[in-house]
Design a protein around this ligand. Structure first.
Ligand SMILES: Cc1cc2nc3c(=O)[nH]c(=O)nc-3n(C[C@H](O)[C@H](O)[C@H](O)COP(=O)(O)O)c2cc1C
Length: 327
């Protein structure tokens, strides 16, 4: 899979997810086989550029792989400036978010709401592509709603504007996350343009990955929610796609070590207090993927604000509970 001058080591990409695909999680997913890990979205609004959270999200130093930074906004000039700023901060790829259905994003007609306004899409893409000399990628949904699926038109605009790769989440904006993703539109887009296409939506296991790649003909797949609490999914899928018989998912002992390292990274990246808070959701996802963790243990872990205690409580769960992997 090629994005501009960059050859990815495989065709598995970690999806941008606000509040989740931060520096520690991107590193973890890379370590477990993601060929590319896209950042959380960074606002393009100039008034937010010096905001503590924006600066933290834009800290790409010490990142071990390709730095793909997602920007969000509605104003072509702001988007161009944000792309330039992120290139200066070390981005190697700029990804444009036209896929997010969140209310606070769509109420200002950003994210997937932009799909409704094809002229503005063109202006934004042209402005961003012309502002930087690194590849610009675009992430969209299949359209505004099921009656207005304009992914084919947006794909044509993207190709004309010089977009280096296009990701399509197989749902419309109106679908939010309901129902199942559909891959017909992704297949049609792949057949209609000559830039790499990345298929996204509901890919959660090797069989689904193979099906989606075969059906759509996409160059790569993007995985979001299925990586939560299971960052090794990239290795699992990668090995399955290579028909490797020898791959084994991590043992419970190895998962405990993965969680320990993840928590340490969160505490050092965010500081102790924020690190503990941010760790809670990740611990919850790890536990969801493992079997039976008593509610009382979870409650204690979610309530503590002390990193050493949080770590000790997590480890005590491992020494006290008989885990069974969910199928
Ligand atoms: C919590 C959450 C946050 C997300 N944030 C973003 C985002 O910032 N930018 C974006 O383009 N998509 C975002 N998405 C959408 C994902 O990138 C992806 O398209 C979607 O989850 C479908 O893929 P999946 O079924 O593999 O999860 C988000 C999804 C979730 C669940």
């Amino acid at each position: 899979m090629q994005i501009g001058p960059y050859t990815l080591k495989n065709n598995l990409i970690l999806a941008p997810m606000a509040g989740i695909t931060d520096h520690p999680f991107r590193e973890l997913c890379r370590q477990f086989g993601a060929g590319l890990a896209v950042s959380e979205m960074v606002a393009s609004n100039p008034s937010l550029q010096k905001h503590r959270r924006t600066l933290q999200k834009s800290d790409y130093t010490s990142e071990s792989g390709l730095r793909s930074i997602q920007i969000l906004g509605t104003d072509p000039q702001h988007m161009a400036d944000a792309a330039r700023l992120n290139q200066q901060r070390g981005a190697q790829i700029i990804d444009i978010n036209m896929g997010c259905p969140a209310k606070k994003v769509c109420s200002v007609a950003a994210g997937s709401a932009l799909l409704k306004n094809e002229d503005l899409v063109k202006k934004i893409l042209d402005a961003v592509v012309n502002a930087v000399d690194i590849p610009v990628t675009l992430k969209i949904r299949t359209g505004w709603d099921t009656e207005n699926k304009n992914a084919l038109k947006i794909a044509e605009i993207a190709e004309q504007s010089g977009i280096a790769a296009l990701t399509i989440h197989g749902r419309t904006r109106a679908c939010k996350f309901k129902g199942s993703a559909e891959y017909n539109t992704i297949k049609q887009v792949k057949q209609s343009i000559n830039i790499p296409v990345i298929a996204n939506g509901d890919i959660s296991c090797p069989e689904k990955a193979r099906q989606v790649l075969n059906f759509t003909g996409a160059d790569a797949i993007m995985i979001g929610r299925a990586a939560q609490g299971k960052p090794w999914i990239f290795n699992e899928i990668n090995q399955a796609l290579k028909n490797s018989k020898s791959y084994k998912n991590p043992t419970i002992k190895e998962i405990q070590l993965i969680i320990n390292n993840h928590l340490e990274h969160l505490y050092s990246f965010y500081g102790k207090l924020s690190g503990v808070r941010i760790a809670r959701k990740h611990i919850g996802w790890y536990f969801d993927n493992l079997g039976t963790v008593p509610a009382t243990c979870k409650k204690e872990i979610y309530q503590t604000v002390d990193p050493a205690l949080q770590m000790a409580l997590v480890n005590s769960v491992f020494s006290n509970t008989e885990f069974v992997f969910k199928k």
